[in-house]
Design a protein around this ligand. Structure first.
Ligand code: TNX
Length: 567
């Protein structure tokens, strides 16, 4: 990020993720009272809401005789209304940028303008402006008002006491990667539509554009499947340790996707097969060799349940479920899981991978799967080695966790079953990279979720009250300081689709629990997904997080006050 400071009384570095170019100019704009002019009404409303969270009072543009008159509105008592103008413009963004999400934000002494070739860039520009306003406002109000429930929270609803100054600036920006997301487990603990909308808003604030929902697992089934009603009738109410479950009806799922789409965020649904399926085998006994439905499960072990490829009920089940999910899904992706199948022969597992990709592709969607789909199988080491006809490597984390030491790569002879375009989500950094390189060569794309960096259910420190620790302790700096391009040695940059943080919810029972694990680490992963290594800087990030935290306090969003930040 190139910053030309004019010494204006504003905080220079307020934007997360760090933009490509930020050039300061002369002058200051006071955004206490604004009008918003946008190509569509939804965008105008969203932009207004975003600026209001930073303290701006948004007033309607006056219906003057000509468009220009709309920008000279005066608000009663709030000073002159400043125009925030959003315009579609293919020429916007950094020179030479090909990203459809690029934008240019110009704050001039008389108005703020966002230009972008597409709607997503317009929103990104407003998100950047929101952060600049927040920073200006932080300078304008005493910090000790920033506690939840304090006066500052009131002010956050639109009433401000003083000027909301943003120094004149031009930001030209584009993302490094097209896939910037969060993967959220809503099975181990249930998070309903209101929580999910809050997560969508949070993800969007940091310009992330995918929310992957883990909708089925051993403990519960969280999405109505019209062709298989027993899934939610019998298996939606469970969760870890007897907690209350729930599920999204087809209507709720559509509404959530629409809410996300307005914010340029795509929901990626995951139905996890052929392991993590106890909720399915509890609902449909025909999926078991015995024909008997399994019991409910509310523990947190993994790897014990599975489907059986040769049972007559299995393929029809997969076809029904994935066809319904594809039909109900607005976005282009459907995730079929494939992780942690600890007790299945590699050939059987391989048939599932082939079948699921065929069904999802046939239903018109692009398949997504966890990295194991590339042929780096989990399993009992001796069994995998025997079945693969070779010794399987193991360098397990010796903590007794089922996730440790289970990464035996079935290498060499394993055929590549991944289709061109299939997206693999990389989480376990231990296996031999060879299967991933072969998958990339076959046209697979990778989304990076390294557990040691991007698993936000990992404890920050050994004494952290929430979370797990099987992969690592993940402090803010760990979530920040990594490069998606160097994770898998030899993987071409063109195979990297992006980055996803992930949060599993075995120990997270409430929105506060969830947000305290997401914040501030989600901001670090978001910057790693958006900003190129040369534009990232830990010390600058630390300062920007401290500024952004004022927003979290005003919103009542719980965050972990890690000692790595001077709050
Ligand atoms: C691994 S990583 C899982 C989840 C657990 C999580 C706990 C992966 C694809 N699966 O089933 O919830 O660890 O951290």
């Amino acid at each position: 990020m190139s910053t030309v400071s004019t010494g204006a009384a504003v905080v220079a570095d307020a934007v997360i993720p760090a933009p490509v170019e930020l050039d300061r100019a002369e002058g200051v704009l006071d955004l206490r009272t604004v009008t918003v002019d946008a190509p569509d009404g939804v965008l105008a409303r969203l932009a207004g809401e975003l600026l209001a969270t930073a303290g701006a009072a948004v007033v309607p543009a006056s219906p003057g005789p000509d468009a220009g008159a709309r920008h000279t509105e005066h608000a009663s008592g709030g000073g002159r209304a400043v125009a925030v103008v959003l315009t579609l413009d293919p020429a916007a963004g950094p020179a030479g940028s090909q990203s459809l999400e690029r934008y240019t934000l110009t704050v001039a002494p008389d108005r703020a303008t966002v230009a972008a070739p597409e709607r997503a860039g317009l929103l990104h520009g407003v998100r950047t402006l929101r952060q600049l306003v927040n920073a200006g406002r932080r300078g304008a109000v005493p910090l000790d008002l920033g506690e939840p429930g304090g006066d500052d929270e009131q002010a956050g609803r639109g009433e401000t006491s003083g000027p909301l100054e943003v120094g004149a600036v031009v930001v030209r920006d584009e993302p490094r990667y097209p896939w910037r997301g969060l993967s959220l487990d809503v099975v181990r603990h249930w998070f309903g539509p209101a929580d999910l909308r809050a997560v969508v808003d949070l993800v969007g604030s940091y310009k992330m554009n995918r929310l992957h929902l883990h909708l089925s697992d051993d403990q519960g089934w969280r999405l109505e499947i019209p062709s298989r009603p027993a899934l939610t009738e019998k298996s939606s109410q469970g969760a870890v340790s007897g907690a209350t479950g729930g599920f999204l009806t087809a209507d709720e799922y559509r509404e959530l996707q629409e809410y996300a789409a307005e914010r340029e965020i795509v929901i990626v649904p995951e139905i996890d097969v052929p392991g993590h399926v106890n909720a399915a085998t509890h609902a449909y006994g025909e999926l078991m060799p015995s024909g008997e439905a399994t019991d409910t499960y509310d523990g947190i072990e993994v790897g014990f349940s599975k489907l059986h490829i040769d049972l007559p009920g299995t393929e029809p089940f997969l076809r029904d479920v994935f066809t319904d999910v594809a039909r109900m899904t607005l976005g282009p992706w459907v995730h079929f899981g494939a992780d942690e199948v600890l007790t299945m022969r590699p050939d059987e597992f391989g048939r599932f991978i082939t079948l699921c990709q065929e069904i999802v592709t046939g239903a018109g969607k692009t398949p997504v799967a966890w990295q194991e789909a590339a042929g780096s199988a989990h399993g009992d080491q001796s069994a995998v080695a025997a079945l693969a006809g070779e010794a399987a490597a193991s360098d397990g984390v010796a903590d007794g966790s089922p996730h440790g030491g289970a990464a035996g790569a079935v290498d060499g002879e394993a055929p590549v079953r991944v289709r061109p375009g299939t997206v693999l989500q990389y989480w376990d950094t231990r296996p031999d990279p060879a299967p991933f390189l072969r998958a990339a060569q076959a046209g697979a794309k990778f989304v990076m979720s390294p557990a040691t960096r991007a698993y936000l259910d990992m404890k920050y420190t050994p004494d952290h009250p929430l979370g797990q620790q099987w992969a690592a302790f993940v402090e803010l700096h760990d979530s920040y300081d990594w490069d998606p391009a160097t994770l898998i040695e030899g993987l071409p940059e063109s195979a990297i689709e992006g980055v996803s943080a992930a949060v599993w919810t075995e120990t997270l029972a409430s929105r506060d629990d969830l947000f305290s694990m997401l914040l501030p680490r989600l901001a670090a992963v978001a910057e790693t997904a958006w900003s190129r290594p040369g534009d990232k800087d830990w010390e600058s990030f630390r300062a920007r997080v401290a500024i952004e935290a004022a927003t979290w306090r005003r919103d009542g969003a719980r965050y972990h006050p890690t000692p790595q930040i001077s709050w």
